[in-house]
Design a binder for this molecule. Structure first.
Ligand code: PLP
Length: 367
């Protein structure tokens, strides 16, 4: 039987293996391991890629969100509006700095935060909004920015799933006060370990993130704030610089795979991903919706096709967030999506014949 994984990291590594091995060797020969030359170059190269002035490498996407919020002045007792339809870390980062997440519903077509829902939840305590560019498509950033500007609050993009996604003529990471990216190994730009980065045009914000990521270290023996051990690893930075050069190609391959699924699946009862006018989706995940999601997933598993659910349980109904007091029914659009979504295999090296097989098995399920 054919086996099709959700992602295939080995297929991505093979073509760049020699380059990566040399880069790792160079780092270990040089032994500049703490915010060394690769970290600095990655920051410059990633800032240029996103079209922003500054980028600061950190230890993970979660830290990127934490440090960006802190640098925006968010802290104890403040509220941050976001959607509970995201990876848990978005809300966790808010809680870890002593602020409270305020959850609002999503736009059902793009799975990104609903701007109409934001306005109603703004209070005197609201300090920031975190739009999440879910699955690789940017949120409705002009609407989000308009609301934020009207109330004098910060916008921190969670772009952890959307490296290279475009919103009109701009890239993710350049659309708010700060952009947060993860380099977890399954992301569109993934390290072979952990990593993250914060992007911004605001030099003061960038300087603050530099302090938070490195124990508040200002100059030799001087610590300006209570910070964190949140640096990016030099070996990962060297690997990411190589992969960054291929990112546009990886993303355009993902878009080709998405087009292929779109045409193959258009006559099935599945709801296919919607790409909004003016937004370039980079398909970190290709997510369909089905009323029989669990049965379809079991059926595909039986045919050797691995699928995923991103994510099954919304954050506002998790045990960890029970203290926030949400109950079932509070965020209906998200709760409904969680019952129906299914992520099909997608990665740049996915073969057309594998996609044809996935489509064929989906048709078989419905026939
Ligand atoms: C992956 C991810 C994160 C967290 O990134 P880590 O590098 O794993 O800490 C945050 N938000 C979203 C939407 C993500 O997909």
């Amino acid at each position: 039987m054919k086996e099709i994984p959700l992602v295939d990291l080995k297929a991505g590594f093979a073509p760049i293996k020699n380059e990566v091995m040399h880069a790792v060797e160079d780092v270990l020969t040089g032994m500049h391991l703490n915010i060394g030359p690769n970290c600095r170059s990655l920051e410059d190269e990633f800032a240029a890629y996103c079209g922003v002035k500054h980028a600061v490498g950190v230890g993970s996407g979660t830290e990127a969100i934490q440090f960006a919020l802190l640098a925006c002045g968010v802290g104890e007792g403040d509220e941050v509006i976001t959607s509970p339809h995201t990876f848990f870390a978005t809300a966790e980062a808010i809680c870890c700095i002593g602020a409270s997440p305020v959850f609002v519903d999503i736009d059902p077509l793009t799975y990104t935060i609903s701007p109409e829902a934001i306005e109603k939840r703004i209070t005197k305590k609201t300090k920031a909004i975190i739009p999440v560019h879910m699955y690789g498509q940017c949120a409705d950033m002009s609407a989000v920015n308009n609301i934020a500007q009207g109330h004098g609050i910060a916008v921190v993009e969670d772009a952890c799933q959307a490296h290279g996604a475009r919103y009109h003529d701009k890239k993710s990471g350049s659309l708010g006060n700060a952009g947060c990216f993860s380099f977890y190994f399954t992301k569109n730009l993934g390290a072979y370990g952990e990593g993250g980065i914060v992007t911004t045009n605001d030099v003061q914000l960038a300087e603050k993130v530099r302090l938070y990521r490195n124990h508040g270290h200002k100059s030799k023996y001087e610590h300006a704030v209570i910070g964190y051990n949140g640096r990016i690893d030099e070996i990962q930075a060297a690997i990411l610089r190589i992969k960054l050069r291929h990112l546009e190609e990886y993303n355009s391959k993902r878009r080709v795979k998405a087009d292929f699924y779109n045409s193959f699946l258009k006559d099935t009862p599945l709801v296919l991903p919607a790409e909004k006018e003016g937004r370039t989706h980079v398909y970190h995940l290709y997510v369909v919706r089905s009323k029989e999601r669990d049965r379809l997933q079991d059926f595909l598993r039986g045919k050797g096709i691995q699928t995923g659910i991103h994510y099954r349980n919304p954050i506002h109904l998790q045990e960890a967030t029970a203290f926030l007091g949400y109950k079932k029914g509070d965020i209906p659009g998200v709760e409904k999506a969680c019952e129906e979504i299914l992520s099909l295999p997608i990665y740049p090296e996915l073969e057309e014949e594998s996609q044809a097989y996935v489509a064929e098995m989906i048709e078989e399920f419905y026939s």
